[in-house]
Design a protein around this ligand. Structure first.
Ligand SMILES: [Zn+2]
Length: 289
């Protein structure tokens, strides 16, 4: 399945893991090794981070429930140790759908306060799928000889985003605050804002270097340069949409101004769920607030 189709399927099915059961058998979980102890797993849904060591497995996001057996089998090939912690980078179903299954193996689910609130309010979540440890801002794990920083990103993709940075391994998992080479999905209804995304990238730029390996929410393993390109694109689009707002343009008028995103449409930033028009609309809604 193409990356763009895959994300579209995932976003339309947020929280509804059952719609995947018919094709979960066709999904292949692929393992990409980033450092001797850190891996990215891909399948269907958000990219999974896995960090292994003597004390156990540290996992980030878990895609959809029907995929849990395959994901657990893939992790077993990396380490015989149990999963001790599972971080949810945000509440969307293509990142949290497997929560119950992973918790059943004994893992503790950790997430921002708003992730738990949103999962409690969603019809599809059971008690066992909820984070048992929540935080409001930052927290650190000292695990497997590594310092792992988990930090909240304010109102970016959603209102409950967290990024995870492995200091010694120099690996960053951004969650959906970064779609590599694609327009962002700003979940305005769930508290997402373009200003939050821009602020987040600027904050992260001070933390990472040219050797950092970035696991984006979706898309291939990326670098600081890739993230800088996304920042440049967003600042350019923000300036253009702000100018249109200043000139009194309505949301529909901005949605029709294809010149705003043309350069990036031509570079292939558009994908089936977020094309040029959708990103212009999302930027308008976000900036007009
Ligand atoms: Zn998401």
């Amino acid at each position: 399945m193409k990356f763009s189709n895959l994300i579209m399927t995932c976003i339309f099915c947020l929280g509804a893991s059952s719609c995947f059961s018919q094709n979960a058998k066709d999904v292949i979980i692929e393992t990409h090794q980033l450092t001797p102890n850190v891996y990215m797993l891909t399948g269907q849904g958000g990219n999974i981070g896995v960090f292994v060591g003597d004390e156990g497995v540290f996992m980030i996001d878990d895609q959809f429930a029907p995929l849990s057996p395959k994901i657990l089998a893939a992790i077993k090939t990396l380490s015989p140790k149990p999963i001790k912690f599972l971080i949810n980078t945000h509440h969307h179903g293509d990142h949290t759908g497997g929560n119950s299954n992973i918790a059943e193996t004994g893992a503790l689910i950790v997430a921002h306060d708003n992730v738990r609130k949103r999962l409690v309010n969603s019809k599809s979540s059971t008690e066992s799928a909820l984070p048992v440890i929540t935080f409001s801002d930052d927290m650190n794990f000292h695990f497997n000889g590594e310092s792992i920083m988990v930090f909240h990103i304010h109102n970016a993709h959603t209102d409950g985003d967290a990024m995870v940075y492995f200091a010694n391994n120099n690996v960053l998992h951004t969650g959906d605050v970064f779609f590599s080479g694609r327009y962002p999905y700003i979940d305005v209804k769930a508290g997402g804002t373009v200003n939050g995304i821009i602020k987040a990238i600027k904050k992260v730029m001070m933390l990472i270097d040219d050797d950092t390996k970035i696991i984006p929410g979706h898309g291939p393993v990326s670098s600081k340069t890739d993230y800088q390109n996304t920042l440049n694109m967003l600042e350019d689009l923000k300036a253009k949409v702000n100018k249109a707002i200043k000139n009194g343009k309505t949301e529909d008028e901005v949605a029709n101004m294809s010149s705003i995103t043309k350069k990036y449409d031509d570079l292939g930033y558009g994908w089936s769920f977020i094309n040029g028009e959708k990103v212009r609309r999302a930027l308008y809604q976000s900036l007009k607030k």
